[in-house]
Write a protein that binds this ligand. Sequence first.
Ligand SMILES: [Zn+2]
Length: 419
Amino acid sequence: MRSPRRASVAICATSRKHRASLAAFGVGLLIMSGCAAKEPPVPTPVQGTTAGPAVSPSEPTATSTSSGQPTQRPPAKPQRTNVSVVMNGDLLWHNTLWYSAKEDAGRRRKGGYDFAPLLAGMKPVIASADLAICHEEVPLAPPGGPYRNYPQFSAPPQVVKAISATGYDLCTTASNHAVDQGFAGVKRTLDDLDRAKIAHSGTARTKAESERPTIFTTRQGVKIGIIAATFSLNGLPMPKGKPWAVHRMSASGLLSQAHRARAAGADIVLAAVHVGTEYSTSENSQQVKLARALTASPDVDLVYMHHPHVVQPWTTMNMKWVLYGVGNTVAQQEANNTYEGATGRFTFTRVGNGRFTVSKAEYIPTLVTFYRPGRPARLYQVSAALKTAKGSFRSRLLDAQRRTTGVVMRKHPKGLTRG
Ligand SMILES: [Zn+2]
């Protein structure tokens, strides 16, 4: 349902999901009807403290019967509000993914590019989240191209249709490739996302837009602020006279973004930072320093990072989750483990009028296959695919699961489970 909630000071987006897949949670406990709020399974607190209930159990509420005799009614149970947020890493549109999408369009007797079949394997997870965030790593080309591969990307704009069809609500756009096609690329990408009603954070078309926090309002009415920045622009200059076009990474810049989001009414603030050492499965000192600074602020609730193209450890710091690396979502690079990612699924819970804290934390291993002519690339949720996979594909999935689990769990984070 697209409800018409809009805050006057922030870029607000509202939940665009009509349907949610029961399969995503793997349990039959969910009640979903039309646009009603989804209720994830009863969460087990894993960290932090939840603020006290709005009505104290020690203060029973007095009421009276028809005879006028006062009686004691059990106190109203404080209301629990749950929201699920899903986030993952780079959508890195290499040319072989365009060829793959062209094949998929051809199979459906359509022209052009169809990227939806590539992403469809993750749709149950993405579409069922109250908020799902992608990372659009590269700028989009004008309709009809020219399209460009590495090192200065310009991707077919048809990717946006697939991003929308998969169920993403928002994409971060601050990356080292953000200005590959100059300011025109920045603007075109945001215009395309706007047209598809996908919210965005990290780049801007005007100074005013760069200063407005991005806040997504879920179907439950929970406001989630998303702040984003990148550590690099690959040595390319910021568009002339537009120093605000891309949020560059600094602790102070991100903290002021977070503060503006809070001031605009955000109940939860997530930081998505494009940083890390490429192909390293360990966080670097820049990431650690930034995570410390961001998690120390009451304005930030969770920090996640992408750019290294491989997964990195997930941990907690200052009682908050830090995901050093979620890996790629889709890309076609050389190393095996760049085809493996970890999608985060976090349930935030509020009791009464308290603060939201994470009540359930999951990493969901993913695998994208290598494109060969005649075999379009596919993105898989590893645990779901393992239910039916056989032979060498099964071995490949198990390999991805083992490798991703080994890295993500390296610091033994308490309460993190595999989805
Ligand atoms: Zn990058």
